[in-house]
Structure formats: C-alpha cells, structure tokens
Design a protein around this ligand. Structure first.
Ligand code: ZN
Length: 228
C-alpha cells in the first residue's frame, strides 16, 4: 500500500497538464488575480463538489463548505469567507446550497449522536424545532428532504442578516443572496427562490419561499400550516 498517495499526485500532474493544453497560459493568468462572481456556501459532503457540478474552472467560484451548510453569526471562519468574498472580491452572488439526503440534516432531525458534530448540528435542530408542526405532518423520509430545504432558507436568511451583507447593501453594492438545493439522485440544482438583493426583501422573499416549500410537501394543508 502506498503511504504517499502517489496516485493523487499523478492525477494532479495530469490535470494540470490537460488544463494547460486546453487553455495555454491558464495558470499564469490565475496567478495574477482571482475574480469570481459567486460565493458558494455548501455542505462538506464529498458528493457535492461545488466547482464540478456547475462546471466552473478554478478562479470562478469562491467556496465555503461545512457540515450541513450552516451560517451562524458566531462562526468566525464562515464570516471571514463572506467578508472577503463581498468586500474584497466583490462577488455579486452568494449562494447557499443544501443537498438531498444530507447526513448532517438527517442526524439533526433524528437526534443521532455522532460526536463533536452534534454540537454544530444544534443549529439545524433549531431549524427543525422552529418548523416542528409542519415536519410532523410528513413521513420520516420526506422530513429529511423538507428539513434540507428549510435549512437552506434559514441559512440564506442568516447570510442576508450578517452585517457584511447589510453594509454592502447600505453602500449600494450589488449582492444577491440565493438558496438552492442539489439532488444527489439526479445531479440537478433547484432554485428555492429565496432571492434577496435588498434588506426590505428579506422577509417577503423568505415567506414566499417558505409557503412554496410547504405547498410542495403538503399541497392540501398549506393554508393551515402557513403560520407554523
Ligand atoms: Zn450534507
């Protein structure tokens, strides 16, 4: 057994050579600057590789990933990424991306004990508890998918509420927040339509997206559950 992971270095050399052949001067151009238009905030899950699934090259996507794509105001790491992306790189779009069958969301939903990550997933449990009445109407399998989407809406709203995004809007900088979900089963992204480009849109966009989400999961009971 190789302990040096030679295969990965070999693949890397091949990738670098192929990239340079396809686009001569690719790396020397990137060396000078990166000008991504998008910040991707996604799950750390290995099946959801940000660049690959939107077919973007190095330099085109700024990425932050953690378990269950959570953004909380106490996370210096995530906030630093958002701050650098918005203030220095001046990305136009910040996209929170959840994915179907998310292990983190599933663990949070079912109170599974995994380890240190349990503490992190308390943030997703807060989302679960907030929407408990709605989730209780669904089958266990549908609950996972619903909580994945609810979590995207909550985390996208959390991004909107950071002082970083508030300040950018305040000074007239164009920053649009989005919430998407990725289907592990078909490789497709879906827009949950919480799209926010100014402070006064946060709550209406959130409420509209939440109502649409509930409509998808329990069409007949939307009117009753809208207030959950
Ligand atoms: Zn996940």
């Amino acid at each position: 057994m190789s302990t040096e992971l030679n295969e990965l270095f070999e693949r890397n050399r091949q990738w670098a050579a192929d990239t340079e052949t396809r686009e001569p001067g690719f790396f020397s151009r990137l060396l000078k600057q990166q000008t991504p238009q998008y910040l991707w905030i996604g799950c750390a899950d290995s099946r959801v590789p940000a660049n690959e699934l939107v077919d973007l090259l190095p330099g085109e996507l700024f990425v932050h990933r953690n378990i269950a794509n959570v953004i909380v105001p106490s996370d210096l790491n995530a906030l630093s990424v958002i701050q650098y992306a918005v203030d220095a790189l001046r990305v136009t779009h910040v996209i929170v991306v959840g994915h179907s069958n998310c292990g983190g969301v599933k663990a949070a939903l079912n109170n599974l004990r995994v380890g240190l990550v349990d503490i992190w997933l308390r943030h997703v449990q807060d989302v679960r508890n907030q929407h408990r009445a709605f989730l209780d109407r669904l089958t266990p399998e549908r609950q996972v998918d619903a909580l994945v989407e609810l979590n995207v809406l909550e985390q996208a709203r959390n991004v909107c509420r950071t002082t970083i995004v508030e300040d950018a809007w305040q000074r007239g900088q164009e920053v649009v927040i989005h919430g998407w979900v990725y289907g592990l089963h078909n490789g497709l992204l879906e827009d949950l339509r919480i799209t926010v480009s100014k402070p006064q849109d946060i709550e209406p966009a959130y409420e509209r997206a939440l109502a649409a989400l509930k409509q998808r999961f329990v069409p007949a009971e939307t009117a009753e559950t809208a207030a959950d």
